[in-house]
Design a protein around this ligand. Sequence first.
Ligand SMILES: C[S@@+](CC[C@H](N)C(=O)[O-])C[C@H]1O[C@@H](n2cnc3c(N)ncnc32)[C@H](O)[C@@H]1O
Ligand code: SF4
Length: 349
Amino acid sequence: MLNPSAYSLTHLQWKDLLVSEGHSSHVLSFWLDGLYKNPELWARHVSQDLIQNLKAKFNFDLPTISKTQESEDGTVKFLVRFHDEMEVETVLIPFHKRFTVCLSTQVGCGMNCSFCYTGTQGLKRNLTAGEIVGQYLVAMNWLKAKNNLALNPSIVFMGQGEPLHNLTEVSQAIKVLNDTKLIGVGHRQMTLSTVGYLPGLKNLKDFPSINFALSLHSPFEEQRAKLIPVNERFPLSEVLPALDQIPLLKRQFITYEYLLIKDFNMSDEHVEGLHTLLGHRKAILNLIPFNPFPGSKWERPGIEEIESFKEKLVAKKLRVMVRTTKGDDILAACGQLKVNKFARNNGIY
Ligand SMILES: C[S@@+](CC[C@H](N)C(=O)[O-])C[C@H]1O[C@@H](n2cnc3c(N)ncnc32)[C@H](O)[C@@H]1O
Ligand code: SF4
């Protein structure tokens, strides 16, 4: 069996491990600087015995990048490959001079949403904490190699997979990513998007206090279930109260993501329904124009339809944003890089 990843431990866990083996905190800091910054430091400051001992216990390999696509707007999409040849997508999204890194949490996804390419693949396996952190590190290394230092990057858990269906590993990855002695991305710089996986939402007691987003997509249970089959098991009537339990700071909101689908979920009844659900909540409504993929049965609305829907929601005093679709020229929506590969392999392009 593969050893656990060296990128799955927090500073404190490394400390406990090294101290229990009789090493000083001085060695610990050189060890971690070597691990995260420059392994050459080990040769000068860490004994060969310790290096060999830890190399026998941990896997030090980062995942590799098997494909990179750069968009004209600066969005970069990586296909990241793990030790067992499984692959996920990791996306770097530029925002002014900063970057948001979109991380995957599973290979495929078991939630089977009808609008999502990942959902059509089924769940292959969960990613480990080290593999989730590894995606972040390879994306940052890629930027560094381009002499581009990402200042205060943000992280969104919005790649492939349902993060709350892999709660333990995602929680541990967040602890490592947040650890100021290792990587140091602030909790407020991280957002986890969930389809409303209730067993996860009800089990957030010890989960790091990052931002949360719900994939809402319709205010009506029956219609939402057509998009998100797990709504049958975990209906909005139970998911929304569970989200209400998440403690929020003064200027912190829950984001409700709303896919815009032509002739489906953009009527005046939907405006009313959204107002009823969100009007009294600390909510930001994030409108996301649907990104079609080969074989998808839904259509993306036109700009005028989007603007008109947004204006009606704003008139209801809801806080509304329209997500700018980044990386359109490289199909940077969820699952789309794999679509390219899939399509090529199947002779579609
Ligand atoms: C890929 S999911 C991953 C996080 C989590 N599983 C969820 O559903 O919230 C992240 C976001 O991408 C959205 N998404 C999936 N397929 C899409 C598509 N074809 N076009 C636009 N957004 C899509 C989802 O609705 C969700 O809001
Ligand atoms: S939208 Fe999220 S939950 Fe649904 S299939 Fe895609 S990744 Fe899974």
